[in-house]
Design a protein around this ligand. Structure first.
Ligand code: NAD
Length: 472
């Protein structure tokens, strides 16, 4: 998608260049980091039930091989272009570096509108797409590991896994060839909600700094804050749900076919139910419809969470945005031109390469689980519970006070997979935010979180190249 004068990839590279100016790496190394290492463009036929044949276009871009495997989602959308996949692959490199996930960046795309295909057709497309990737070694646990993205889910990942295993029957670690799989196929608890949960943790951390919030005219904490969500898909729905559970008000929601608002707050699950039954979020009881879906972006709120597609906040509408914070749940929702306007307006942008990294973080945990062939917590849960029980017995004996059965159960609980995944995600999102904020504060000339995040990412990738002996 063209972002005003810059393409999406050019917009990403302009963010890169701004941050690179604050580093002292040589131009050759910066170019090596910035541009895509491999770009695979291909087409394949889909035979429809009526016998007709349709040509399908697929892409896989591996942006950076400084660490292997490379990692990145597969997008199904009729808007997919080579430029978009390159931009998204580049963002993956920087994102993995920001949250210390040891992968290079990649992205895949199939240029289709999934709503127009039956599930049988989508299965055929997915299996053939996977076969094309396998033919060129653009998929495999040690080389390139896809995941879900816009328009795909665990269902597509299960088809990809099955196709890969069929082609590589003797490969012990084959399950690690994709992440975001169903649990029964080697997936991990918490992956489905991971990106939205990470957005939630990112906002909680960003909004915990009283001095930063004061500058925006806000009190610390997410409780009571008015939030607008654009895109009630996987990421948007989960981000909205966790924010609402923490006491935030979801005052407006936008979808591709319209947007609704209620200054007193919308119940996210009820909106989802209404959408399933009525086929649209529009006319949700107790809410009002906006004239156009893009009006939601300009609605009065504290936090705007774009969770749909890129280039939603542009030079054209940035001037009318009223949010004080933008949490970029989607990839590339703000164009480089819009960024300057937002910055002049004093809006705090929590950048995509940090705030939507929850998905790849938990994908990393899933990949580790697949390589180790054991569920997190399996070896330790009972041992921890037995140790906790002994400790509680000793405390009760010494103090003479007995805990209630609820207190005992809570204190005894040993960590299982969902607990460990959530804890690892929270740790990652909090630490990474602190690192970005610190870089922003200590680096002369760095005034925003995006530049700081890019700077941290560039430095980390540069260190990897130095360790490979490629650059001094
Ligand atoms: P999804 O397909 O589950 O949901 C996207 C939603 O946005 C859909 O409900 C769609 O109808 C809606 N939408 C489309 N156009 C819109 C418009 N113009 N206005 C309002 N809503 C619109 O996709 P997702 O996985 O939630 O991904 C959303 C964004 O988050 C993408 O930019 C993706 O790259 C990014 N992301 C996703 C993940 C992940 O784990 N799924 C990880 C990181 C980043």
């Amino acid at each position: 998608m063209k972002q005003n004068n810059l393409s999406f990839f050019q917009s990403v590279t302009s963010f890169f260049d701004k941050a690179a100016e604050l580093t002292d790496h040589p131009k050759g190394l910066l170019d090596q980091i910035k541009y895509c290492d491999s770009c695979y463009w291909f087409k394949f036929p889909l035979r429809n039930d009526d016998g007709s044949i349709e040509m399908i276009q697929g892409f896989r871009v591996e942006h950076s091989h400084h660490k292997l495997p490379v990692k990145g989602g597969i997008r199904y959308s009729e808007l997919v272009t080579e430029d978009e996949v390159k931009a998204l692959a580049a963002l993956m490199t920087y994102k993995c570096a920001v949250v210390d996930v040891p992968f290079g960046g990649a992205k895949g795309g199939v240029k289709i509108e999934p709503r127009r295909y039956t599930s049988t057709q989508l299965e055929r497309i997915t299996r053939r797409y996977t076969t094309e990737l396998a033919k060129k070694e653009f998929i495999g646990p040690g080389v390139d590991v896809p995941a879900p993205d816009y328009g795909t889910s665990s269902r597509e990942m299960a088809w990809m896994l099955d196709t890969y295993v069929t082609l590589n029957p003797a490969q012990l670690d084959a399950a690690a060839c994709v992440t975001g799989k169903p649990i029964a196929q080697g997936g991990i608890h918490g992956r489905t909600e991971a990106t939205g949960r990470g957005v939630y943790f990112g906002l909680v951390r960003a909004m915990s700094y009283a001095e930063d919030m004061k500058k925006l005219g806000l009190t610390p904490g997410v409780e009571g804050k008015r939030i607008v969500i654009q895109g009630l898909g996987n990421v948007g729905y989960h981000a909205a749900k966790f924010l609402q559970e923490s006491g935030a008000l979801i005052v407006a929601v936008a979808e591709y076919d319209g947007a609704i608002y209620n200054p007193k707050g919308l119940d996210v699950d009820a909106v989802q139910r209404h959408r399933r039954e009525a086929g649209s979020i529009l006319n949700f009881p107790g809410s009002k419809n906006f004239a156009k879906n893009s009006d939601a972006l300009e609605y009065e709120c504290d936090v705007l969470v774009p969770a749909a597609l890129e280039a939603q906040i542009t030079a054209e509408n940035a001037v009318r945005i009223k949010a004080k914070i933008i949490g970029e749940a989607a990839n590339g929702p703000t164009t480089a031109e819009a960024e300057d306007i937002l910055s002049q307006k004093g809006i705090m942008v929590v950048p995509d390469i940090y705030i939507n990294a929850g998905g790849v973080t938990v994908s990393y945990f899933e990949w580790l689980k697949n390589l180790s062939h054991v569920r997190f917590g399996r070896m330790s849960k009972r041992f921890e519970e037995s140790s906790h029980r002994k400790l509680l017995d000793a405390i009760e004996k010494t103090t003479g006070r007995s805990l209630s059965s609820d207190e005992r159960l809570a204190a005894m609980h040993g960590a299982d997979e969902p607990d460990l995944v959530d804890s690892g995600l929270e740790e990652t999102m909090y630490n990474s935010y602190d690192a970005i904020r610190e870089s922003m504060l200590v680096t002369k000339g760095c005034r925003d979180l995006r530049t700081a995040a890019f700077m941290n990412a560039i430095n980390k990738v540069a260190v990897s190249y130095a360790q490979l002996g490629i650059f001094p």
